[in-house]
Design a protein around this ligand. Sequence first.
Ligand code: LLP
Length: 450
Amino acid sequence: MADGTAHPPVPGFSRRDGRLLAEKVPLATIAEAVGTPFYCYSSAVLEDRYNRFARAFAPLGGRICYALKANSNQAVIATFARLGAGADIVSGGELQRALAAGIPAERIVFAGVGKTRDEMALALRGGIHQFNLESEPELRALAGVAQELGVTAPVVVRINPDVASGTHHKIATGHGDTKFGIPWNRLAALATEIAVTPGLSFMGIAVHIGSQIQDLAPFASAYSRLAELVASLRAAGHTVTRLDLGGGFPASYDPPAEGLSASGRQGADDLPTPEAIAGVARDHLADLGCEITIEPGRALVAEAGCLVTRVLYVKETESKRFAIVDGAMNDLIRPTLYGARHPILVDASAGAPDDTASIVCDVVGPVCETGDYLAEDISLPPHRAGDLLAVMSAGAYGAVMASTYNSRPLVPEVMVHGQAFAVVRPRGRIADLIAAESLPPWLDPGSAGP
Ligand code: LLP
């Protein structure tokens, strides 16, 4: 661990006699109950990751606003709500989900570059904790809505610190030419405009430089930029009371525990820990006397979830071997969209899987696209049709990014708690997909068209 902090293993996913378990429940038992594919979440891992961040940031008085976008299932949000979490939302829909799961409005921050006036009004009426502003036009829109409602919106300005976060280009947000934030050198002018605009109250600064940041240095650069900006704003007479450090804290895409036979290792065990990141924040920001918020998404949920899928066929061509499974890119888009490599575990019915006999293959789904794969060139222990595979570290940006492409209904989500498990979203039904659509009058023989 990067800072040497001992961290006891959590009873998340493990193996017994070759079979995979989520906490104390065999994945095969869940597969029998709900069919495949399905997402499976361990509540012990969710709680462990939340508590670890909470402990690490407690000396800074840090508030944790869970970034709902990573996984917005009610059961996941409610797990965090009970531990005292707030929410980082990016839409009116996420606002309603957060409230429904028991997160009070005063613990909700609203981020995102494209908030609509309706969403602003919803959030203002609800009395949320803060709006993270991303542009001048948004500032004027928010002021207008707040004035109409006769309320004052607490505002922090998201700056773009122009820091390279070293992560995948589709999820890097802190360098100069992205749509996110306001160039840091325009902050002072904007703070002044907010301070004199009725309906707005300037509270502080936000930053978020990207997701899955695997190194401490970009965090240090961003936080030190924040400290400089607080000093210069204060020197110019502004009151700065809040700092929002965003998310971006990494999750491991390595196999989840010792002794699990898996493939697809990325060697990411040296990731910055919550304690190390909190240490960097403390070094730069502790003396400023600001209320500090963090917005972790992935780091709280990724390792708590897996996508369980069944091998339908094994197909061999002259150059390749394919494990054709019943899960596909519509269920988990990350490998296709970002080239993400998730470890895959084989649920071996005949004792521990034999790693020495591992074989390189592509794990592909039934969707009619060459880009439909859950893993490319992955080394898997022997497996055959009928076996279950668990695509690990899929709790973040998995189910939430799923679609019904190829008319494949959304897969169920299941949460495990010790020996218990519960379906927290049932499998979608094709009949519902069809029922949601309707024919225009000229195609509908039942309607009395001209
Ligand atoms: N705060 C803001 C303003 C964000 O834009 C994000 C993520 C977060 C917090 C949470 O970031 P996290 O702690 O999860 O890294 N779909 C991509 C990730 C997109 C992240 C978008 N913004 C993926 O599957 O890798």
